[in-house]
Ligand binder design. Sequence first.
Ligand SMILES: [Zn+2]
Length: 496
Amino acid sequence: MKKIILLTLILQLISCKDKQDRLNLKQGVYISNITIISSEDGNYSPYIGHLVIEKDKIVYIDKSEPSVNGKFEEIDGTGKFVIPGLIDSHVHITEVQGMLPYHMEKYPELTEEFNNQMPRSYLYYGFTTLINLGGISEEQIASFNRHPIKPDLFHTGRSGASVANGYPMNFAPEQFRFEGTPNFIYLESEADNIPDRFDPVDHTPKAVVSRIKNSGAIAVKAYYESGFRGMPKLPVPTKSIMTDLLNEAQSNGLVLTVHGNSLEAHSFLADIGVDVIAHGLWNWGKYKDLPNDSLPKEIRSVLDLQIKKQIGYTPTLTVLAGEEALADNSFLSNPELSKIVPKKLMEWYGTEEGQWFANELFADYTAEEVHSIYGNIQEHAKLVLKYLSNNGGLILFGTDTPSAPTYGNQPGHNGFWELKLMNEANVPLNQILASATINNAKAFKLDSDVGSIKVGKKANLILMTKNPLKEIEAYNTIEKIVLGGEVIVRENLSVK
Ligand SMILES: [Zn+2]
């Protein structure tokens, strides 16, 4: 008996060895001689090597040439660069950019064309993983996943854990807002404004997180927003609600990511120690009129606490840029947009009706005034980001595409824009790449599958002709996208 076991062991060892030296592929991709840029911790040491994919997994990566047999596609990577597929940890795929639900109903053709192109547009700019941080229904998830080519989609359930009548449920008419936010949190102070048909027991942090978990979500989205643009003051979560949400999320293996862009919000969330803050800190409150060349001490100490606790910080600089774009007449004539936005929708944006949000926001301002107001806030946002980048903050790439019904935040294109804005904020290129790959993967517990180029991980890769550790424009020199082992030529993803 012992002999048989020994013999089996030896045979197993031989077959493993054989597998290492000679890869016999049934269906694979062999990328040779390419500069491999990947990291498990944000430190990069690129090298020229070889990569083999079988089905949807990476099975070989090394400086030495493998011996590959069987059925496979070979890509000569000479002079080119490969990075892991990009992860955007803050998107909303349930909207049509620039439209309200009313417009989507009125123009079903534009909506359908947009929805068919949207997953391809994300891939066009290298985004192979998306995390939807707002309410999404099972039907919306299924409909996205029916597309033959689409990024991997993760979500936060049927709705965020908004406090009753707080942001963002305040936007919905009162008669629909509770049904539309099935995961709202019961707030004692709002008891008189919550319809009796809702039992408080179903709306505790525990009940809500359990529902979100059961819907297949990977994270819980919460909010700390007391209002903006002259809104009446909104109810916000108490310390005990946010702490309970954090504990419930963590004990269910979920990540708590919280909307917040003000000093008040970032300070509150840093104290509690949430996992991720889903926006940058650009609303400086009483410091809003300060010049943008130095950080007030109070803001610095909030950031120091975030750094100490390694709270994920999502800059979302395109929130501001994508609104500001509405004041910019030349935005819609950017030739890059025509590659990822259907033509008819582009035309609609140019109509008086398509300009509704621009008119609502900026009718009383000149373009110059808008640029001056937004420019100042954006400089504050960049200053905060740079401070975190210099001092070991945990930066997570996220765009909030679209952050409002603006046509300024287009799928994929907005991600490239965000990368460029991070670069303008002087975040080093290695940190930018890490934020969109390994940092996001670890923060959202996806790193056993994606976020780096490693044997056993999913083959989501980007092949580009320029080096993203040398220039930010490299992200717009993508040639091919490998999506779960399938090689897609970038140009085939653009609008037909
Ligand atoms: Zn958002």
